[in-house]
Design a protein around this ligand. Structure first.
Ligand SMILES: Cc1cc2nc3c(=O)[nH]c(=O)nc-3n(C[C@H](O)[C@H](O)[C@H](O)COP(=O)(O)O)c2cc1C
Length: 397
């Protein structure tokens, strides 16, 4: 019998439907950036507390963090996937555990939390690589694996793979085709053929298929219009970031209505950077210390790498490097160095719980990724002080 031939036609397509991932909590929480040097904190102050604030990614530390996150009830973990760091005295993000090993390693030491991988699809992976490896991790984790699909915005990382820079929107066209083939690889029971513009596959079949039905959860965090369009058409969880709660709400509402217009649904999510101390005053002191020691070279390195992102492509980092804010403006300089422009949750447990409530109830984020200055201290604060408040608010019951 002739094999089934699939030719992508640009129409959103979810063979078998979309997976349901709701856990019955108003607010789901993810543990982010635990696998990488410095996480989302670009301050030389972290060097004084290296094991706690910078090199917690080493497996001897990070496996304890993952076990702790699971124990206290975190819903999922997401690594931050980078191939090159940004330099500076802190060697920002210059060492990390990779996106697949982290999921495979965290699967057997957890039982409940979702374990995600982040794949830069443009870096010459074929969907069959990711479909096969992902189905295996889904099998090992008993259906808890998921994939964050990113296109890769760094010319430097593309060069490291021996590639010319790929145009931003073309990368999203590739991502659409990649995702369509991935979904078919996870749901077609028999070998099939696929003929796309960017990807072809003849006679592939993935066995065992994924454990979660109909397939693993897919997420995306594209910030540009094209990125959000990709997310609404293809994935199940869409991450977006707003500096204010109304800005987040507007983006979340837009993502939902876009997905609906394609006959799909997405779950909206966001991320934040957390510095938890006993009181607001202590947290403000810690924050001031971090800000007074921003690693300018690391930040400039990162800003150069962001040149591939739509919204930062016109910034001339080098021409303005004498400027106190390196030509990036105060908001960017301070916002990127601590939390990559996501909300900075700095304060007492009460303050942090209230900000999480706002992002969830008013901002519309069903799910929030938290990245800590000091993940060990942060997880303890979550367990002892913040979760009890969130429970009283009825958000984690
Ligand atoms: C929650 C979250 C997680 C992300 N994780 C990664 C990551 O691990 N690796 C990466 O290269 N980009 C990551 N990004 C960046 C985005 O996926 C995306 O590439 C970037 O925002 C540019 O999107 P755009 O090209 O649509 O503007 C993340 C963004 C967010 C908000």
């Amino acid at each position: 019998m002739a094999r089934k031939l699939i030719v992508p036609d640009g129409i959103p397509n979810d063979p078998g439907g979309q997976p349901d991932s709701r856990r019955g909590k108003a607010l789901e929480l993810g543990f982010f950036g635990w696998n990488i040097r410095g996480g989302m904190t670009m301050s030389k102050a972290t060097l004084r507390n290296n094991d706690r604030e910078r090199d917690y990614w080493k497996w001897s530390n990070s496996r304890n963090l993952i076990e702790q996150a699971e124990y206290i009830g975190y819903d999922y973990q997401v690594p931050f996937a980078r191939w090159l760091g940004s330099g500076g005295d802190i060697d920002f993000n210059g060492a990390s555990l990779d996106f697949l090993t982290t999921a495979a390693a965290t699967a057997p030491i957890t039982e409940n939390m979702g374990v995600f991988s982040t794949c830069h699809i443009t870096f010459r992976f074929h969907p069959l690589h990711i479909a096969k490896i992902g189905a295996s991790i889904d099998h090992i984790s008993n259906g808890r694996w998921g994939l964050n699909i990113v296109t890769g915005y760094q010319a430097q990382e593309m060069a490291a793979f021996g590639m010319e820079h790929i145009d931003h929107d073309v990368a999203y066209d590739m991502a659409e085709e990649f995702t369509v083939l991935l979904k078919h690889l996870w749901t077609e029971p028999e070998p099939f053929d696929f003929e796309g513009k960017y990807y072809q596959s003849y006679g592939a079949v993935v066995k065992p298929g994924p454990t979660r039905s109909p397939r693993p959860i897919l997420m995306n965090a594209g910030m540009s219009d094209r990125g959000v369009l990709f997310g609404a058409r293809n994935v199940d969880w869409l991450f977006t970031v707003g500096l204010t709660v109304p800005e987040l709400r507007a983006k979340v509402d837009r993502a939902h209505s876009l997905a609906e217009s394609f006959g799909r649904s997405i779950r909206a999510a966001t991320m934040c950077w957390v510095v938890a101390e006993a009181t607001d005053e202590l947290a403000a002191e810690k924050f001031a210390e971090l800000q007074s020691e921003i690693d300018r070279e690391a930040l400039l390195g990162y800003a150069r790498q962001l040149g591939g992102m739509e919204m930062y492509k016109d910034r001339d980092v080098d021409a303005l490097s004498q400027d106190p804010y390196a030509g990036l403006g105060k908001e960017f300089y301070e916002g990127y160095s601590h939390g990559f422009m996501s909300p900075q949750l700095v304060g007492s447990p009460e303050t942090i719980a209230e900000k999480l409530r706002e992002l969830n109830q008013e901002g519309g984020a069903e799910s929030i990724l938290t990245c800590f200055l000091d993940p060990q201290k942060g997880l303890h604060a979550m367990q002892d002080d913040i979760f009890p408040i969130l429970e009283k608010m009825g958000l984690r019951g």
